[in-house]
Design a protein around this ligand. Sequence first.
Ligand SMILES: [Fe+2]
Ligand SMILES: [Fe+2]
Length: 242
Amino acid sequence: MPRDAEYRSFDLLGHARWPEVNDRTDLSTAIDTVTAILGHDLPRSPDFLGTEHHNHLRRTGHYAGVLGEALGWPRALTVLTALATPLHDIGKLAIPGEILEKPGGLSADEAALVRRHAIIGYEQLARWPHPILRHAAVIALSHHERWDGSGYPAGLTGTAIPIAGRVAGLADTYDALRMARSYKPAFTHDRAVRVILEGDERTRPQHFDPDILVLFARGHHRFRDIYEAFGDPGDGDEMAAA
Ligand SMILES: [Fe+2]
Ligand SMILES: [Fe+2]
């Protein structure tokens, strides 16, 4: 159960000045507004950004925008998804920082608690009527589901997973591969693409919607451009992996 400070953050979600979503919304400016709220305005922003880097949040929004466009979505849906995707992990506000930041392996109980961020994010976002928060609730709940049913919290398969969650899941995975994490170094763009399209010990192509994967295979250079435009010095600069 979230404690007081977490509740204040979650309450503030409903009262923040979120951007308007329509055909004329400027995506870059609106994504910056969303990530500024997440990074500065919530009582627990520093904790949240301890695990979810500001530029990571911005980039996931931009990747989602690229995928929405490639999927041929109406502009307003693309904008809505791009603005909601940076909120995918907001449920982590309710998980103690010591567990989120713990180096090395988590116990089974701790890992189960971390996985609860998907449901907590959904519950807290779904309390509010703003369209961005409504859409973000669906993304929070479904961004760890996998096409082959191996994800969580519900183990949904295929098109039973909301498409915005499938889009956000790929955006989040690509960016996590590019960044250094406690269990892995930062990967180059080419290596991140290879892991998504061919798999490695953690990630399988079967985790992703095959239609979205085709679009990614065709347009992944736009992910690289976004990473480079909103990158962090030192990330993704390993020697190209063989
Ligand atoms: Fe997550
Ligand atoms: Fe993330």
